[in-house]
Write a protein that binds this ligand. Structure first.
Ligand code: PBG
Length: 307
């Protein structure tokens, strides 16, 4: 009765890794319990999750290196395996909320979220039209929520304008508002083979030392038309989640990222911590800090626990 914080499976978003090969199912070693899946297995994962009360999913493409180019043109091919999967998922499960990833890195031969110029620098403004083309292809395929994870400046406003102009007024944007240049993305980059080929992501992702900058980013995203603000990673950034929750009236999401999940799994496998208790404490702390929505690889485990 006096418990202050509740977390329901309906507030979780489950990240899924999609492979082009329809029948594939390749376990990801650094993310125990998660796998790169072909469309058939993605559909059955969604079915199981819906039965557990999870309604939100985010889809990440593991792109074959033959499709990776400097300008990531495969990302906006209207018939690529990612947009085909979006169509198939929304047709079979219209009730789910499906979120995409909008960033160049899975499709880029440079492994960066933005366009890399001849001097090895990220060209912010040359990236925006590429992201818009990607977003339009995903919107056309029926995505519910676009997830720009790229961190280019001005991309939320740019995407909103292009979407509205093309008639996709109902496609929402969950902005990766405060995405930090974090060491906790390691297992995810293994899963997608998307680590940068040169340099790092510190010119576009945020400095972990900065707190006020997250509020500046939130202000810009609100003005530019974001529907949901996100903080990523979650655990080292509970203060940021709390700041955004009190600053904004938009829903706030937090991404409990791959490294945070892998740490619990690895320590539990050694018998050093209790996995279930650690998972529950972790997710509850993110919710307590102010997140309305949590993206987590623990989604099914948590939902099963609460069932
Ligand atoms: C990149 C992207 C990353 C994640 C989601 N989208 C990694 C990165 O910025 O290199 C990380 C998610 C996770 O670690 O679980 N567009």
């Amino acid at each position: 009765m006096v418990r202050e914080t509740q977390l329901d499976a309906g507030q979780l978003i489950y990240p899924l890794f999609l492979l082009e090969d329809d029948r594939a199912n390749n376990p990801i070693l650094s993310l125990p319990g998660q796998a790169q899946l072909g469309l058939q297995d993605v559909l059955s994962e969604i079915e199981t999750s819906l039965q557990l009360g999870i309604t939100g999913f985010v889809l990440f493409p593991a792109v074959d290196s033959k499709h990776k180019t400097k300008n990531a043109s495969y990302s906006y091919d209207p018939e690529n395996f990612y947009t085909r999967a979006i169509r198939a998922i929304k047709q079979r499960f219209p009730e789910c909320s499906l979120m995409s990833d909008v960033a160049m890195d899975p499709y880029s031969s440079d492994g960066h979220d933005g366009f890399v110029d001849d001097h090895g620098k990220i060209d912010n403004d040359k990236t925006l039209p590429i992201l818009a083309n990607m977003a339009l292809a995903q919107a056309d395929a029926g995505i519910d929520i676009l997830g720009p994870s790229d961190m280019m400046d001005g991309r939320v406003g740019y995407l909103r304008q292009e979407l509205d102009a093309a008639g996709y007024t109902e496609t929402s944007i969950m902005s990766y508002t405060a995405k930090y240049a974090s060491a906790f993305y390691g297992p995810f980059r293994d899963a997608l083979d998307s680590a940068p080929k040169g340099g790092d992501k510190k010119t576009y992702q945020m400095d972990p030392a900065n707190r006020k900058e997250a509020l500046r980013e939130a202000m810009l995203d609100e003005e530019e038309g974001a529907d949901i603000l996100m903080v990523k990673p979650a655990l080292c950034y509970l203060d940021i989640i709390s700041d955004l929750r009190s600053y904004s009236h938009l829903p706030v999401a937090a991404y409990n990222v791959s490294g945070e999940y892998a740490m619990v799994k690895a320590a539990a496998a050694k018998g050093w911590i209790n996995e279930t208790a650690a998972m529950e404490e972790m997710l509850l702390s993110i919710r307590r800090a102010g997140a309305d929505i949590i993206l987590t690889y623990f989604a099914k485990d948590y939902a099963r626990l609460k069932k």
